[in-house]
Design a protein around this ligand. Structure first.
Ligand code: TPP
Ligand code: SF4
Length: 255
């Protein structure tokens, strides 16, 4: 098998056609000097990114890719650190880390693979699952409304918030490249269909549209409000929803 520098020979356990393959490709296209990078993954289908990227790092715990990535960054500030999380991983068990990461503003990147489902554990509801979704955990349908992590990120002091569509390789790649370049904590949510669970939300491409890079917080909040994670209607903006420059963690610590 011929493999490039960033690939591994590990067997894939993703379902054939899973959009995680597209996210993997976008990440590979965004990395130019692998020795400068370290990665962390949570546990879930998204976590298999760790198996397929020939990069240093830690295959972390469910919900904990952010603090693990922060530990790596503190250990070696010269590294570019990327954390991969699922929507269950990041917005449920890992939620406190998500909020504080924006306050700390350490210079690293979080990529959330949002398929609106705890897919590896057979499709239970996550905090961004739509109301009414029937699954093994909620046989009568999910009773709660989803939270909006983009709004939460903005309210928590985020300096870089972006959303991408896993199926749009070029756009996703350009966003990941900008996220890695950002000075501070960059958060990229990649909307990703799951081919097996919560397939109800697999037609969201119809409401997606691209926005120009935005540096205005009031506009960012308007973009965030355009889609509530609950509906298949409305408009879902893709692109850099907000970017600003604030002191990073190390600048604040003066190291
Ligand atoms: C500390 C801990 N809590 C719970 C689990 C069980 N668990 C493993 S994977 C997973 C679901 C992952 O869902 P998500 O993060 O959305 O990722 P996906 O599989 O959808 O990519 C859960 C709940 C675990 N392994 N460790
Ligand atoms: S269960 Fe869903 S997210 Fe997991 S590998 Fe299959 S298609 Fe991808």
């Amino acid at each position: 098998m011929k493999i490039d520098k960033l690939s591994t020979k590990n067997e894939s356990t993703w379902c054939p056609g899973c959009p995680n393959f597209m996210i993997l490709e976008a990440v590979k296209k965004s990395i130019n000097n692998p020795k400068n990078y370290a990665i962390v993954a949570g546990i879930g289908c998204h976590g298999k990114m760790y198996d397929h990227l020939n990069l240093s790092g830690i295959y972390g715990l469910h919900g904990r890719p952010i603090p693990t990535a922060l530990g790596i960054k503190l250990g070696n500030p010269n590294l570019k650190v990327i954390a991969f999380g699922g929507d269950g991983d990041t917005y449920s068990e890992g939620m406190s880390h998500f909020i504080h990461a924006f306050r700390y503003n350490a210079d690293m990147t979080l990529i959330v693979h949002n398929n609106q489902s705890f897919s590896l554990t057979t499709g239970q509801s996550t905090p961004t699952t739509q109301q009414g979704y029937i699954n093994g955990d909620s046989p009568k349908g999910e009773i709660n409304t989803p939270l909006n992590p983009i709004k939460l990120a903005l309210a928590s002091g985020a300096t870089f918030v972006a959303r991408a569509n896993a199926m749009d390789l070029n756009h996703t790649t350009s966003i990941i490249k900008k996220a890695i370049k950002h000075k501070g904590f960059s958060y990229v949510e990649i909307m990703q269909k799951c081919l097996i669970f919560n397939k109800d939300m697999n037609e969201l491409d119809k409401i997606m549209y691209k926005i120009p890079d935005n540096k205005n917080l009031s506009n960012a909040n308007k973009y965030a409000d355009q889609w509530n994670y609950n509906s298949k209607k409305g408009k879902m903006p893709l692109g850099i929803i907000y970017q600003t420059r604030e002191p990073t963690l190390f600048e604040k610590m003066k190291i």
